[in-house]
Design a binder for this molecule. Structure first.
Ligand SMILES: Nc1ncnc2c1ncn2[C@@H]1O[C@H](COP(=O)(O)OP(=O)(O)OP(=O)(O)O)[C@@H](O)[C@H]1O
Ligand SMILES: [Mg+2]
Length: 263
């Protein structure tokens, strides 16, 4: 793959909207005319199943597990990529539930995803990596392969600690691998009109002065689109959150110098 913009969608806290944000940012980028590769690095396979790829999640080897752990399988990674109406997908698989210890034992076990992505023949404008809800080899792989991170977080006080832990890990990786992992912004997700949410939005704005803080409100349409296997851009509903995800996509276009395809 040539020089696609790569980004990890990460927060080790569970259920904050990583998969929802990743799918809808992919949908927004697709709507803007960009070719997107969606990598589901979560052994739970929520995105894979959500995008209608249950068969891939349950497929026999070779799968993403093999591409990450075996050099020969890595060379054949192109055969693992499947098409979705809005994006191409490198699906997760049930075997991914046992990949963490394999990566601990492997040589350069935290650089495997980067090597896998380098082997992909097709050209994409953007690669999005949906991360699992814990810190470990997979999340390290995503952060190192992407070098950029978009962070979904709930507008709840528990997010402060979650972000602190994530940034600590990013610092560890930066020092260990002599690299820079850029924070692309925070997506405050599932926001409701409560005092706690208002206070947390102010906190996000104060804590993240250099990067955008987007606000995605709680919307049933996001759940319905997910159940229908697509982003809200493809799903037949006029959801007012489309404009937020479109803003994220527009910012990514600027950040990565993506050529604007649509007017
Ligand atoms: N803005 C929103 N409005 C309404 N529901 C939402 C919103 N964002 C996410 N959800 C719902 O919240 C649940 C968790 O979201 P999601 O799966 O995207 O989080 P996640 O961080 O990927 O979870 P995990 O940590 O398990 O990977 C899902 O049922 C999803 O449909
Ligand atoms: Mg998820």
């Amino acid at each position: 793959m040539t020089d696609a913009a790569r980004m990890a969608i990460s927060n080790q806290k569970g259920g904050v909207g990583k998969t929802t944000v990743a799918i809808n940012v992919a949908g927004a980028l697709n709507r803007r005319g960009h070719d997107v590769l969606f990598v589901d690095l979560d052994p739970q396979g929520n995105a894979t199943e959500g995008l209608g790829l249950e068969a891939e999640y349950e497929a026999e080897p070779p799968t993403l597990f093999d591409a990450l752990t075996d050099h020969e399988a890595r060379d054949d990674v192109d055969s693992l990529v499947v098409e979705h109406a809005e994006m191409d997908v490198l699906p997760s698989n049930i075997d991914m539930t046992s990949v963490e210890p394999e990566l601990t034992m492997a040589m350069r076990g935290r650089e495997r995803l980067g090597q896998v992505l380098d082997e992909i023949d097709a050209d994409y404008d953007v690669v999005l990596v949906d991360c699992p809800p814990y810190l470990g080899n997979l999340t390290d792989n995503a952060l190192l392969a992407a070098g950029n991170v978009l962070i979904p977080a709930l507008a709840e006080s528990t997010s402060k600690r979650a972000l602190e832990i994530l940034f600590d890990q990013i610092e560890v990786l930066e020092a260990e691998f002599d690299t820079h992992i850029r924070d692309l912004g925070v997506v405050a997700n599932r926001v409701e009109t409560t005092n706690e949410a208002e206070q947390m939005l102010s906190w996000f704005e104060e804590a993240f002065t250099d990067v955008p803080v987007w606000e995605v409100r709680k919307r049933v349409a996001l759940q319905r689109a997910f159940s229908a296997g697509s982003s809200i851009f493809e799903y037949e509903a006029d959801c007012d959150m489309e404009s937020v995800f479109d803003d994220v996509a527009a910012q990514l276009e600027r950040q990565f110098d993506l050529v604007e395809v649509t007017a």
